[in-house]
Every structure is written in structure tokens, then in C-alpha cells.
Ligand binder design. Sequence first.
Ligand SMILES: NC(=O)CC[C@H](N)C(=O)O
Length: 221
Amino acid sequence: MKSAVIVFPGSNCDRDMAVALRDISGNAPAMVWHRETALPDGLDLIALPGGFSYGDYLRSGAMAARSPIMQAVVDAADRGVAVLGVCNGFQVLTEAGLLPGALMRNAGLNFVCRDVALTVGTSQSAFTSRYDEGETIRVPVAHHDGNYFADDETLDRLEGEGRIAFRYAEDVNGSRRSIAGVLNDSGNVLGMMPHPERLIEDAQGGDDGRRLFEGLISALN
Ligand SMILES: NC(=O)CC[C@H](N)C(=O)O
């Protein structure tokens, strides 16, 4: 599998994402600085990592979504290349219009940094194929802007089309309908606030995040 990790000024989970992709796929991803305007040829996966791009100024992800590389990311997503946005990466994907909705300040106005229980919303996507629908997993979150908002019509459509990949199984940040991760209408773009790349081996306290990468890699190979 050929992958790339986009690095923005203020990204801080780019190396964790690179280690997860390298260890699980056997190939190190290309690290692509946000000022580039083209991606490497033949990519199977583009990962937008967590962090605090542009210091979260304006709105989390808003300025990164306008970085030069993002046009190439949008074009690749439109061609069907898999795109995974984690935490700040999810915020960038909504700001770039690749996913519906917005990530607002957490309902409690606190930065939430802990493992949370998630329910898998669908196993009918490359990203979630190694999970069972309805399964509960534990994955860490670390964010202050994870409160997912979309209007009722959008939420109904996401539910009806099986595009809610993960839900919080406990109260975390006030997200509407407990949404923790959503897919685009083609199923090749996933944004999620929890960090699967931080939980890929027992030394990290568990490996519930590993199956996301395993499923994706087997679907893309
Ligand atoms: N870990 C992260 O990616 C943090 C995301 C984001 N900047 C927030 O705190 O909401």
C-alpha cells in the first residue's frame, strides 16, 4: 500500500500516524509538507493527522483546509483515493468540504484527553471492515473541538446511508447523536475524532485501533 501523511504547521500526530502505517502495512508513508501542490503518484491512502494546525486559530482546521496541498487532496478524494482524517485531520476535512458538518468547542468547554468507549456504526466500509457493527471498542481522544454538529436533515441522511462510522458510547463532548466519526457518500473518506493510531499494540494499552488500519490495508491491496 502506498500512503502519504500530510504535515501542517502544528501537526503533532503525524509521526504516530506514520509509525502505524509503516508497522501495519510494511511501507513507510511519504511525509508531504502542506505547501506542496502535488502528491506522490499512485497513492492508495492519504492521512491527515491530529494536532493543532495553525495553532487552531480562526477555527480548528480552517486555515489548514486552505493550504496549497489541499486541492490535490480534494482531487484525489474525488478520484476515489482513501482519505483518513483523525482529530485535527477530521476538522480539516469538514473545513475543506470533504465531509459534512462541523466540529465545535466541546460542550463542557474542556480539553478532553482520555480513552473513551466507541460503538462501531457500520462494518460496510474499508475503514471499519475488521470491526463488527455494534461492537464496543476503546480508543483515546484528545481534543477541545470535537463537538460534532450537523443539521437534522444531514444527520438523518448520514444515518440512513450508514455513514456514521463510530459513535461515542458515553458522554464525551456533546456531539449530536453521539457522532465520533463519519464517512463521505462514496465511503472513501473517513473523519474521526478518536485516535486509532495511538492504540495499535499492547504496549500502548491496547490495540483496538489496529484493526482500522488492517481493514483499510487489506481493502486497498
Ligand atoms: N489531537 C488533536 O488533533 C487536537 C485537535 C484539535 N486541535 C482540538 O483540540 O480540538
